[in-house]
Design a protein around this ligand. Sequence first.
Ligand code: ARG
Length: 254
Amino acid sequence: MKKILALILAVLMVVSLAACGTTTTTDADATEKAQLVMGTNAAFPPYEFYDEDGQTIIGIDAEIAKAVADKLDMELTIKDMEFDSLLTAVQSGAVDIVFAGLTVTDERKESVDFSVTYATGIQVIIVKDGSDIASVDDLAGKTIGVQAGTTGDIYCTDEFGQDNVKQFGNGALAVAALQNDQVDCVVIDNEPAKSFVAANDGLKILETEYAVEDYAAAISKDNADLTEKVNAAMEELKADGTIDAILAKYIKAE
Ligand code: ARG
């Protein structure tokens, strides 16, 4: 009799241990919620960049995306990738949404849908102190550094020709090339420009703006349902001041 009891106890223990195993390995929250996979290129402060531990992507886009996901009761994951593969990633379904300080353009509208806009971007010109480039009018014939696939790249290539434009994987690499005199200037969005100039000696941003643009999230044209939900969430986050607060947190008034 004792042996049978011991056996039953042993079986019960194994069963309950196994049960423990399954509950501890599964994050109940993560399985319940639908996933919202965001693609970005996290070398674009203050919109997306790594915090000091080098592990977590933070910034305006990460926070807006998190607020949108919370509103939709979804679980946000962020994938860091090359900027020029983001739109293909959202078209193929590798990511659900792109938040990347992404400029709305007519050409991009042919391949993806855009959400409502949430910020303004300005393409500016970074030069070394003492440069003979004083405005956009001086760019002809110069070597311009850009981040590959960005609007800065597209506009400069259109206007000044491919031979005058050098593409880099991100803005920081373009700025490093400017420091090493491999390019004469860098054309990039104003907020990242400010942070790159702050992090490097001897650089300045020209007063003349090259182009003014709007940022929005991109979603697949096959996912109209998500676009509608994201837009509704973003309208609420605009109306209740959440988006303004996130922008103000990362962009200090001059
Ligand atoms: N606004 C520019 C564009 O849409 C540059 C965006 C770059 N974003 C980034 N996360 N690296 O082309």
